[in-house]
Design a protein around this ligand. Structure first.
Ligand code: MG
Length: 250
C-alpha cells in the first residue's frame, strides 16, 4: 500500500534528505585517482553519524557499506572495498542515504574520475538530465508512466538505453516502499500520482545495451551485459499540489 505523507511528515523528511545530500556532495568531492571505495564509504558513514543520522544502507539486506559504489560497467549496488582503487578515466556512481527521526533519504550521482571519454561524459550529462525531466513529471496531475516516459525518451533520444530490472521506489519510514517507479513507460499510463507521495527517482542509463548481468558471487553488484558504462542519478522527491519538492537538498 502506498503511504501518503502529510505536509508535516514531508517537512520531517527534509532533515534525512539534507544529510543524505550533504553526504553525497562531500563524498563526491573526494573522488580522485588513487582513493579506494572503502575510504569513500568510511567518509560518508562518518559524516552521516556526525550529523546525527544512521547510514540507511549499512546492514540493509546484509549490505556491508554505507554507500553503494558502482564503477564503469557496474550499474548499481557495488560494494565498497579497500581493493577497489579509482583510476583516471573511471566513472563511479555513489548512492547514499541517511535515516533521521525514523525517516529515510536516498540519493545518488555519478562522478568522473579525472578526465573521461567524451561519450561517457555525454552519458553522465544525459542521465542527470533524465533525472531532472523525471522530477519535472512528478506532479499530481500526472501518472507514473509520465515519469518513465520522460526518462526513456530523453535517454533513447540520445542513443542510450534504459535499465529495466532496477527502478525507483516510494520512500518514507522504509527505504523501499511501493510504488515501483520504472524509468520507462508511456505517457498518461499507470498509477495516478498524488500529492503526498514521496518517490526516489533514479534513472539508470547504459551507454550500450539495456540488458544487465549479475549479481554474481558478491550477491550485490549488477553489471551491464555488454560491459559498456552505466550512469545513475537519484533524488528523493515529494509530490505536492504544486511543483515537486526535492527532499535530498541542502
Ligand atoms: Mg534508491
Amino acid at each position: 500500500m502506498i503511504k501518503l505523507k502529510t505536509a508535516e511528515q514531508i517537512e520531517a523528511m527534509r532533515e534525512a534528505g539534507r544529510v543524505s545530500a550533504k553526504a553525497l556532495r562531500k563524498t563526491g568531492e573526494l573522488v580522485r585517482p588513487g582513493i579506494s571505495t572503502l575510504e569513500l564509504d568510511r567518509f560518508a558513514e562518518n559524516l552521516i553519524r556526525m550529523e546525527g543520522g544512521i547510514p540507511a544502507f549499512l546492514g540493509y539486506g546484509g549490505f556491508k557499506g554505507s554507500i553503494c559504489s558502482s564503477l564503469n560497467d557496474q550499474i548499481v549496488h557495488g560494494i565498497p572495498s579497500r581493493e577497489v582503487i579509482l583510476r583516471e578515466g573511471d566513472i563511479i556512481s555513489i548512492d547514499v542515504g541517511a535515516i533521521i527521526g525514523g525517516w529515510v533519504g536516498d540519493n545518488a550521482a555519478t562522478f568522473a574520475v579525472g578526465e573521461i571519454d567524451p561519450k561517457t561524459r555525454r552519458l553522465l550529462e544525459v542521465t542527470e538530465q533524465c533525472m531532472w525531466d523525471a522530477i519535472d513529471a512528478a506532479r499530481s496531475c500526472n501518472r507514473l508512466g509520465d515519469i518513465g516516459h520522460a526518462v526513456q525518451s530523453r535517454a533513447e533520444g540520445a542513443g542510450f538505453s534504459v535499465v529495466r530490472e532496477y527502478v525507483g521506489h516510494g520512500i518514507g519510514r522504509s527505504m523501499h516502499e511501493p510504488p515501483n517507479v520504472p524509468n520507462y513507460g508511456h505517457k498518461g499510463q499507470g498509477l495516478k500520482l498524488k500529492s503526498g507521495m514521496v518517490l526516489a527517482i533514479e534513472p539508470m542509463i547504459n551507454l550500450g545495451t539495456h540488458r544487465t548481468r549479475g549479481p554474481f558471487e558478491d550477491h550485490w553488484t549488477v553489471f551491464t551485459e555488454d560491459g559498456s558504462p552505466s550512469a545513475h542519478f537519484e533524488k528523493t522527491v515529494a509530490i505536492t499540489d504544486d511543483a515537486p519538492i526535492i527532499l535530498t537538498a541542502e
